[in-house]
Design a binder for this molecule. Structure first.
Ligand code: SAH
Ligand code: SF4
Length: 332
């Protein structure tokens, strides 16, 4: 990945192996330039004056009862972002990364949306979240096996940096995470989905749909006014055809808003071509006007979808006690 450190080393006429030394040291746990002892001392000092070794630095951490870890990280210009490491069986960990410091799309149910727009993160800032998490997992005798772009921000509004970071996560010289274990989640930013169709790493695509008709969806997610359901599903179908993988449809169940049996039938009618898999998501409180659906309504909704042949998965919430669950990330 070409980034600030590599361009500085090049500009200073340093040989190419210097960058490898820096990358090796970062992987071996170096936190500051002075820890990169393979570099000459004066070069370390000069670098320390102009660029941080890590583009993000952990400045607070919380651990949930279920083992989920949430970090608050600072960028070099002082922005706070969050990433969340979720614990699974057999030493596997999933990292939820942020792609922007805030989000301009303003979905009504989302804490990040309430922060408003922030800047795009750089490829280095995104990849560093994963490298730091991989390190933390290793120290717990675990392995970072999955990365999901479900932290703060809309990844498909920041495709150049997101794609570069994915290349590093996927590359055998980086973290070696398989394409099917990396998921990009979008609120339906159609030009970004089109760019994903042309991207060489066939990652998983998740679409946050959350409603089965345009009126309901536009009320929840203003982005739907720009790209209504039919347009965004058409773009997702192109992605499914290009990768041969089903697109995940994320559907947040909100009591009395989008969770009636009729909603379920309407949803099923639009997703019946075998290119989609539905994940029903539990709502995490963000202090707004919404309430999650009761277990009874969740069951009814799920049965309607199954009757239509869609067989949804139920996504349990993790890390809610430390505000690390989906939609709860905001720089508090
Ligand atoms: N911007 C992208 C990715 C970040 S949001 C997107 O919207 O898809 C990651 C996921 O969290 C999305 O599916 C989003 O709809 C969901 N989400 C947002 N607020 C939530 C909440 N309060 N409870 C549960 N999920 C939420
Ligand atoms: Fe942005 Fe996703 Fe939150 Fe919507 S749900 S405001 S797109 S982060």
């Amino acid at each position: 990945m070409s980034d600030q450190v590599s361009s500085i080393l090049k500009a200073w006429g340093e040989p190419a192996y210097r960058l490898t030394q820096v990358e090796d040291a970062r992987r071996a746990g170096a936190r500051e330039w002075e820890d990169v002892t393979t570099l000459p001392k004066d070069l370390r000092a000069r670098l320390a004056d102009v660029v941080p070794l890590w583009s993000v630095t952990p400045d607070a951490m919380a651990e949930s009862r279920d083992g989920t870890l949430k970090w608050r990280l600072r960028t070099a210009d002082g922005l706070a972002i969050e990433s969340v490491l979720i614990k699974h069986a057999r030493g596997r960990r999933t990292l939820c990364v942020s792609s922007q410091a805030g989000c301009a799309l303003g979905c009504r149910f989302c804490a990040t949306g309430k922060m408003g727009p922030g800047r795009d993160l750089t490829a280095r800032e995104i990849a560093d979240q994963a490298l730091l998490a991989a390190d933390a997992a290793r120290m717990a005798d675990a392995r970072l096996s999955n990365v999901v772009f479900m932290g703060m921000g809309e990844p498909l509004q920041n495709t150049v940096a997101v794609f570069d970071a994915i290349r590093e996560m996927h590359s055998p010289k980086g973290l070696g995470i398989s394409a099917r274990s990396i998921a990009v989640s979008t609120a339906g930013w159609v030009p970004g989905i089109e760019e994903l169709v042309a991207f060489e790493v066939p990652v998983r695509l998740a679409l946050s749909l959350h409603a089965a008709d345009d009126d309901t969806r536009s009320a929840l997610m203003p982005v739907n006014n720009r790209w209504p359901i039919a347009n965004v599903l058409a773009a997702c179908r192109r992605y499914a055809d290009r990768t041969g993988r089903r697109v995940f449809i994320e559907y947040l169940l909100l009591e009395g808003v989008n969770d009636s049996p009729a909603d379920a039938r309407r949803l099923a009618a639009q997703l019946r071509d075998g290119r989609f898999h539905v994940n029903l998501i539990e709502y995490n409180a963000t202090g707004g006007e919404y309430r999650g659906s009761s277990p009874d309504r969740v069951r009814r909704f799920s049965e309607e979808l199954s009757d239509a042949g869609l067989f949804p998965s139920l996504r349990r919430s993790r890390g809610a006690d430390i505000a690390a669950a989906c939609g709860q990330l905001a720089n508090s």
